[in-house]
Each structure stands twice: as structure tokens, then as C-alpha cells.
Design a protein around this ligand. Sequence first.
Ligand code: SAM
Length: 265
Amino acid sequence: MKNTYLIRGGLQGRERLRILSQVMQSSGVALLRRAGVGAGASCLDVGCGGGDLACDFARLVGAEGQVVGVDIDETKLSLAQSEALSLGFRNIEFRHLDITKAVVGEKFDFVHARFLLTHLPDPAAALARMAAALKPGGVLVLQDIDMEGQFSWPASPAMDRYKDLYTRVARCRGGDPFIGRRLPALLSAAGLHSIAFNVVQPAATSGDVKLIAPITMENIAGSLINEGLASATEVEQIIAELYASAHDPNMLMSVPRIVEAWAQA
Ligand SMILES: C[S@@+](CC[C@H](N)C(=O)[O-])C[C@H]1O[C@@H](n2cnc3c(N)ncnc32)[C@H](O)[C@@H]1O
């Protein structure tokens, strides 16, 4: 079966996620606290990638809590497991699980997914499987992108073309690059209640925030070329221009608008 995930996986994919997680860490931890994650809780992170957020969960729940991270990428899972152990976490377990096909056996106080539903052709079905993993009264927490919101100032043709190509290739693979705005409606349709949401959007003139666009462009290059959406030459040119913007202190660059939404079972 064709792999629909459009961003390069494995080691390079993990390194992109490390930068993304650093950019998102303060808002992500604040979200988990706001959703009620605390000492002793059991938590499931679906599409956990390199396990950065699973480690944030583990810090919040402490030694009495339990964290399970699931993903389809075996390389990222094994890197995540060894990094978590080297950081001293004994209460995180990483497992291979495709949320489009399988349910997780046990029940959790919190189930979370960041930047996962945007890639799935049937996000509602995945959400139903995630909701099924909640204990009664448990909380489902989502964070996902709305590509329309990503911006630079001054305007940049390379940024505009990157957004256009990202949107096209995501749609080609059956995803929704604007899914952020649909998260509250998806939670409601999944039968959850007490729905809350918030919007965050890191933007900066320097630092890692500005690397997200060029690194993502590098990691979708293969998919863009395979789908015939751009030539290798054009892709290289856009990557070079995005890196030049990232190193230009007069250029403000953002990540996509990110919607956080959470609700109770
Ligand atoms: C953009 S990454 C985000 C990773 C992590 N949530 C984070 O924010 O750092 C999306 C992750 O979802 C995983 N993924 C994609 N499709 C999946 C599926 N059907 N089931 C489980 N994980 C999946 C990918 O392998 C990737 O690690």
C-alpha cells in the first residue's frame, strides 16, 4: 500500500521534529497543564514522532504516571525510546501503532495528538479510535495546523510558493493542511463535550522559528518531486531562498497558525 505520509521520516524527519518541538515546547506544556495533565495521570501520545512531547508528558505526570507514545515510523520510535531512557524516564513506552487501522488496548486519562490529523485522509475515524482509548471523563487534546495563517514580512515569493506547494502535496496525499480550524467541530462530532480551544503562532526575526519553513521544504522535497508538483531545480531554489530569509534579521517569519483544542469524554 502507498505510504501517504508526505514528510520525510527516519533520522532526518526526527531532526526536523526536534526543532519543531523546541519551537512548540512552551505552548505545548502550557496546553497540557490547562487540559489538566498532572501527577499520576496516564497519557497516550498518538503520532508521537521523536517522543519530545511524550517526555513533556512524563515530566508532568511524574514517576507515578504512565506515558505511551505510538507512531508508524519504527526509526523514530527506536530513537525516541533510547532518548527517553538516556533522559532518565522509566515510565514512557513507545510502540508501533497505525491509528488508521488499530485501537490501543488500554484506557488513558489523556489522549493527545499534535500535527497528526492533518495528514490523515479520514481524521474523524482516527479521532474515534483515540476517543475510544479514553477513560470515562478523560480528556482528548489536539494541536494541528492551519497553513493559511503562515506569513512573512516583508512578503516573500519563496514563502508563498512553499505554502502553495505544501498545500497541494498535502491534499494529493489525502490530508487537510487547514484542519486546525475544524478541530472543535471534529471533537464535537466524536461525541466529546466541554470543548475548549486556543490559537498559538510562534513568529520571530531570528532563531529556530524561522527554520521551520526551509526544513519542512527540505523534508517534503521527495514527495513534491514524486507527485510531479515541482522540479528538483525549483525545490532547491525555494529551499535556498527560505534559508536566506531565515538568516535575514529584517525578515519576520511565522510557523502555520496552530489550533489547540481539547474536550472531555
Ligand atoms: C508531523 S509529525 C508530529 C510528531 C509529534 N506529534 C510532534 O509534534 O513532535 C507526525 C507524526 O505522525 C506519524 N504518523 C503518520 N501517520 C500515522 C498513523 N497512521 N498512525 C500513527 N502515527 C502516524 C508520523 O510518522 C510522524 O511521526
